[in-house]
Design a binder for this molecule. Structure first.
Ligand code: ZN
Length: 678
């Protein structure tokens, strides 16, 4: 886990990807006018104008809560990955080889007969161990055991770069422990939240019943879980508070931490995790850890054990028999997201293999599907974007020379990762056995935990990737000051070797600019060129930045996403700054690329500037269910597709010029209300 990493899309989306084969003969249209809805004008609703045809022609399938052009790419890619794994599975592999591990894990995920005959058996030993706990020291040790196995009761442990000494790794603790993902679900009093809580209780009860607990025990367990999680919600930071980098940095000595958060036997916890000699650590949300005291001490031992059992069952449910899987889907898929159907079993098994052996699958994937020429073209684009952002920084009217010089240094220090890692992860220590699906998921979590534990107080390995190559996404990581573009995103509609430059700059160019701008958004700007959390801004420039950022906050706060629900401008600020900056920087890079050349002739009746913005909008066309709108507004730092287009573009002058948008048009924003940051 790396809580600071900034992906282009929600990280909660399991990202599988696709890549057009280099041998593929068919050319993909750079921009397809059939994706448009010309019954509206660009000035009325640009998102509908550019994407309305695609939206109409791609109605939501029952297995999706949201489906966009991104997901189409992922769908195609899942098929390619399935073919790769099936091909692998059709031949014999030496026991313990990568091929054997991938094929064995995938086959276990597909084997419904075996899964259904096992029922709750794969979790029985773990449930028995929880039931045998005799005191709170045993609870502390079990919290560690569960974290090794991939569940996060109360909080989450991980190892990552020390934000004020970014070349070294340090133990970090992060707030967690909520099955509903955000505190609002427990604390808000409206009818919608109440009905979600009611459904959640039914789900908790169901898991305990399926695991063989009596009706009386299941009722007591449900009450214990709700009481515990509501208590945790009360002491959890709000998602807006989580964006304050300084307040979420609290490195201290282990002794100091224990004196502040002595509600648990931390020695027993760290011993259970397998960590010796803890010296210092960073409890990111210090007050959360201090205040967990109330929650923990307010629980009986029996309630603590029920809460731990629930964390185990909730984590295991998707990997057990169909009744568990259905219970998990009914709540998380249907109630919370509005999905109507499960993904087919093969997609779920593929997700598991991708999660456990990501770079091993990635290595096969890039060998077959990633053309080397894409990497070279991307490097050129990245250089052009970097140059354009440098020019824009130098031209900023609101920033002084001193801060500009530091910003330029940071820009020049970006590490750029494209396609796939130079050094692949070694999976030889991961044991995959044909015993049970869930047991292997646990082995994989333990393997990942050991990987992290080996990093404690060791130098940060800057060559490591935080996404697998087959992921349709991109990220910026502030502590390494790196931008990363996995192989799978380097294909249409993002990157199209056959497309005109205008469309490529509008699409992948803006994605590159988006990730670069993250280095200078409300969070990223707090980190210097080395990735250290230090203030390199003059007070005056910081104030001017905040004034401008606050304009964006207000613009997005005003957006109604559904009925009476508004977008959260503060929570989505970093992404909105990145979208806005990405558009401006890529447009400038595109203009630079045209210098000394003739303006390209219109294609399909659209000027090159129009195609730049149409290429951008195409990335965000999507259909989405109401439940998912509400859920994402609570847990996703990104704005919804419609607003990534309409709200971002309303600030951009060249967009108005390209489409002749007038003051009387609904898209028009009074120039006095527009803002330019980067
Ligand atoms: Zn982003």
């Amino acid at each position: 886990m790396n809580n600071k990493m900034l992906p282009l899309l929600a990280a909660s989306v399991v990202a599988l990807a696709g890549c057009s084969s280099p041998q593929k003969e068919t050319k993909v249209l750079a921009f397809n006018p059939a994706n448009m809805d010309t019954t509206v004008t660009a000035g009325e609703d640009f998102y509908q104008y550019a994407c309305g045809g695609w939206i109409k022609n791609n109605p939501l399938k029952p297995e999706y809560a949201r489906f966009g052009t991104f997901d189409q790419l992922r769908e195609d890619n899942q098929t390619q990955l399935r073919d790769l794994i099936e091909e692998l599975s059709s031949t014999q592999h030496e026991k313990g080889s990568i091929g054997d591990k991938i094929a064995t894990l995938y086959a276990l995920g597909l084997d419904s007969v075996k899964l259904n005959s096992e029922g709750a058996t794969p979790v029985k030993e773990q449930l028995d161990a929880i039931s045998a706990i005799e005191n709170t020291d045993g609870v502390a040790s079990m919290i560690a055991t569960l974290q090794r196995e991939g569940a996060y009761p109360y909080f989450a442990f991980f190892v990552s770069a020390d934000e004020k000494n970014s070349s070294m790794n340090i133990i970090q603790l992060y707030q967690a422990g909520l099955g509903l993902g955000d505190r609002d679900y427990y604390l808000q009093a409206d009818a919608n939240m109440e009905s979600i809580r009611d459904a959640y209780k039914v789900y908790i009860n169901k898991l305990f019943t399926l695991a063989g607990f009596s009706a009386e025990q299941a009722t007591a367990a449900t009450e214990a879980v709700m009481k515990t999680e509501t208590g945790i919600a009360e002491v959890s930071y709000t998602r807006e508070a989580l964006r304050d980098s300084q307040k979420n940095y609290n490195k201290m000595s282990y002794a100091d931490f224990k004196s502040k958060a002595g509600w648990m036997n931390w020695d027993a916890f760290f011993a259970g995790l397998g960590v010796k000699d803890v010296t210092d650590l960073d409890p990111k949300q210090l007050n959360f850890f201090v205040n967990l005291d109330k929650v923990f001490k307010n629980q009986t031992l029996e309630e603590q054990k029920y809460y731990l059992s629930y964390n185990l069952l909730n984590a295991a449910a998707p990997y057990l028999s169909d009744d568990f899987v259905a219970a998990s889907f009914d709540f998380y898929g249907k109630t919370l997201s509005g999905k109507q159907e499960q993904q087919p079993r093969w997609k779920r098994a593929l997700n598991t293999v991708n999660g456990s052996l990501g770079e091993a699958v990635g290595q096969m994937y890039v060998t077959k599907y990633f053309p080397a020429s894409s990497k070279e073209k991307m490097l050129t684009l990245v250089n052009n974007l970097q140059q354009a952002l440098g020019e824009r920084i130098r031209e900023l009217t609101w920033m002084g020379d001193e801060t500009k010089a530091k910003a330029e240094e940071k820009l020049a220090s970006f590490a750029v990762k494209i396609g796939y890692p130079d050094k692949w992860r070694d999976y030889s220590g991961l044991d995959i056995q044909p015993d049970s699906y869930w047991t292997n998921v646990c082995r994989s979590s333990i393997f990942d935990m050991e990987y992290q534990l080996a990093d404690i107080n060791k130098p940060v390995d800057r060559t490591r990737w935080h996404m697998s190559p087959q992921t349709v996404n991109a990220y910026y990581n502030p502590t390494t000051n790196e931008i990363c573009f996995p192989a799978a995103i380097l294909q249409p509609p993002f990157f199209n070797a056959d497309a005109d430059d205008a469309v490529n700059y509008g699409a992948i160019g803006v994605v590159i600019g988006h990730e670069m701008t993250h280095g200078f958004d409300d969070q990223g700007r707090n980190y210097d060129k080395e990735g250290n959390l230090t203030d390199w801004w003059t007070a005056e420039d910081a104030e001017r930045f905040t004034e401008r950022a606050d304009v964006l906050v207000k613009q997005y706060d005003n957006i109604l996403v559904l009925d009476t629900v508004h977008a959260n401008g503060r929570y989505t600020l970093g992404e909105n700054i990145a979208d806005h900056g990405g558009l401006l920087v890529s447009y400038q890079a595109y203009q630079n690329s045209l210098k000394g050349k003739e303006t390209p002739a219109p294609i399909d009746g659209f000027t090159n500037d129009q195609r730049f913005y149409l290429g951008y909008a195409t990335l965000w066309g999507q259909n989405i269910r109401d439940e998912e709108i509400l859920r994402l507004t609570k847990i996703d730092v990104h704005s919804l597709g419609k607003w990534r287009v309409n709200a971002a573009l309303r600030n951009i002058e060249t967009f108005y010029d390209a489409f002749g948008i007038k003051a009387s048009d609904p898209m028009f924003l009074d120039p006095a209300e527009r803002v330019v940051i980067w």
